[in-house]
Design a protein around this ligand. Structure first.
Ligand SMILES: [Cu+2]
Length: 375
């Protein structure tokens, strides 16, 4: 690789020197005698260069068109959310405008290089300024750009503003190298508080058990389930380094930043099943991936999003056990006045231990979990 770069650098250096020596000889010729042999040579090569400019432009347009059509197989799949379709329309609007502007300005650039090539006895017109022209090419792009930025800002505001009241709040936490999700549970639709200081081997999300909303919270790390046609608010966090939540079909993409919670709300309007029928691919799965290179295992940081009807979602949710149920030792962390409420989530046999011997819950738990020594 280094050799190729070095070789290319050498080739370009030689080319640059050749161009410079030619240029100085042409300039010298123009200054002294216009009919020298060298100058006539320059005129012929100008003609060749003029045609090359046109050829370069035509080849460039053909190449760019081919590359675009060839790459279309790698474009994002059809969107499965209203926000996604809106983003797509904004993207293609911007793309069309800049493509037209790019082709027109470059066509003129190359055409003028051809048209105004050196010709004997041909003098350039002195044309210092045209205010009207300058006004047109300043104001029109400025207005178009402002409109594009404004519509883009509105789309951004739509996904970051307050989610609708019936939104399902799901916390998604990135860490090296997987995603963990927390659901508000079946008994209330609120996520309990968290605190990074409470993170330990079992409580990987730092769930705060002093908040009674936490008791029924459910954690999942295999796949994310969401109901179709219902707003979903993702509350995004990261535990170690930067990650980024990317759900291509939903056009959801938001950084997960340690210490700075981010959010994104969207509505999925096609179930996984619907997509399987539409695409004819019975193995179709919505993907949640990380799009921030976050370390050696980054490539594996992906999970599946299951979009299903409300009924199957509720059924799936009912099958999940609250985090506290799976970690009964943590009942010791619940403040005394809330213990009765929390006990509901703890299996009967393990619930007895901490409540019967409140004097020594720490010792009881110490053997079972590394967390019990805290608080
Ligand atoms: Cu990553």
């Amino acid at each position: 690789m280094v050799y190729i770069v070095g070789l290319l650098a050498l080739v370009f250096l030689i080319l640059a020197i050749m161009v410079l020596t030619r240029l100085t000889s042409v300039l010298k010729g123009a200054n002294t005698d216009e009919t020298t042999e060298e100058n006539l040579g320059a005129s012929a090569s100008n003609r060749v260069n003029g045609f090359l400019f046109i050829a370069f432009f035509v080849l460039g347009v053909v190449g760019a068109t081919w590359s675009f059509l060839h790459a279309s197989q790698f474009f994002l799949p059809e969107a499965s959310s209203p926000h996604g379709r809106h983003t797509d329309s904004l993207f293609w609007l911007t793309m069309s405008i800049i493509t037209i502007a790019f082709v027109v300005t470059n066509a003129l650039l190359f055409y003028f290089a051809f048209k105004y090539q050196y010709r004997k006895n041909h003098r350039a017109t002195y044309y210092p300024e045209n205010h009207k022209l300058e006004l047109i090419w300043t104001v029109i792009p400025a207005v178009v750009m402002a409109l594009l930025v404004f519509t883009g800002w509105r789309a951004w505001r739509d996904i970051t503003k307050e989610a609708p009241a019936n939104a399902l709040n799901i916390e998604i936490v990135g860490k090296q190298f997987n995603w963990e999700m927390r659901y508000p549970g079946v008994d209330n639709d609120k996520l309990g508080n968290y605190n990074y200081k409470l993170i330990d081997a079992a409580n990987s999300l730092g769930i705060d058990l002093e908040d009674e909303q936490s008791f029924d919270d459910v954690t999942v790390s295999s796949e994310m389930h969401i109901p179709v046609n219902r707003p979903v608010l993702l509350k995004i966090r990261a535990k170690d380094v930067l990650h980024s939540v990317f759900i291509p079909h939903m056009r959801v993409k938001m950084d997960a930043v340690p210490g700075m919670p981010t959010r994104f709300w969207f509505i999925a309007d096609k179930t996984t099943e619907q997509m399987r029928n539409e695409t004819g691919n019975q193995n179709f799965k919505y993907e949640i991936a990380c799009t921030e290179v976050c370390g050696q295992g980054h490539f594996s940081m992906r999970t599946t999003l299951v979009v299903e009807d409300e009924e199957s979602y509720n059924k799936w949710m009912a099958e999940q056990k609250p985090w506290l149920t799976k970690n009964p030792d943590y009942l010791a962390r619940v403040p005394e006045k809330l213990k009765a409420k929390a006990a509901k989530y703890v299996p009967a046999n393990s619930a007895e231990t901490p409540s019967d011997s409140t004097a020594a819950p720490v010792e009881e738990g110490a053997g079972a979990s590394p967390s019990a020594s805290l608080r």
